[in-house]
Design a protein around this ligand. Sequence first.
Ligand SMILES: Nc1ncnc2c1ncn2[C@@H]1O[C@H](COP(=O)(O)OP(=O)(O)OP(=O)(O)O)[C@@H](O)[C@H]1O
Length: 262
Amino acid sequence: MPTLDIRDLTVNYEVKGGHLQALAPVNLTMHEGDFVVALGASGCGKTTLLNCMAGFLAPSSGQILLDGKPIQGPGANQGVVFQKHALMPWLNVIDNVALGLRMRGMDLKKRTQIAQEKLGLVGLEKYAQRAVYELSGGMQQRVGIARALANDPALLLMDEPMGALDAFTREQVQEILLRVWKATNKMVFFITHSVEEALFLASRLIVMSPSPGRISHVYDDMPFCHEFLRTGDARAVKSRPDFIRMREEVLSLIHHREPANV
Ligand SMILES: Nc1ncnc2c1ncn2[C@@H]1O[C@H](COP(=O)(O)OP(=O)(O)OP(=O)(O)O)[C@@H](O)[C@H]1O
């Protein structure tokens, strides 16, 4: 069973006149099927943490073990979805999804079959031959998710993937993402600034604090994603009294104020 084990991870950046501690020791263990959402004020180290998991950035101390092996750079086991989809405009949809497989030397028939299957997961099987610029922002982001899944990574890393989407599209993509998560049982690490999005998606929620960046609160058994997958009614989930109460509680943690009485 895939696991991710972050042990006493610290990151210091060299800055003019010294160094900046972006992450104090961070410890976190994730298992297959965990959807971990990281929430916190700007500058609390969310992207730094994700970059270490992706292998884009080396720890200053500590280590990150994926299935027991230290992450030493980017790899097929870490699928990344960025805020801007970063698709190749000269390739059509299916060739974008299959690009990583092509670079790994997989033959055309096999990679087309895998890419088509991943497009099906995000509901875009009919758009395989389209140019990416013909797709809406939400659809492009779904292609980005399909592309990240094409390598069948153990870990899916998402840095504010909904940040550039309008509110309606964002809700649509959130729902698709939860269904993809359920179908694939992947470990997901997802960064957002939206408390509502975090509560809705997370099976585990971590709240981070700045100066230096660290995990300040952990909620291990988040119910709302499971509730949505059971009922299919996102609006009903997001208007539940316990959802609204928790939204106020988490907002107060981030902004260091008393929760509003709701
Ligand atoms: N390459 C870098 N060089 C120097 N300092 C950096 C670098 N990248 C990030 N930092 C600093 O490290 C701290 C953590 O930054 P990081 O981007 O990880 O936070 P974040 O929580 O993702 O922020 P945001 O929510 O605004 O994206 C910040 O103080 C930031 O200014």
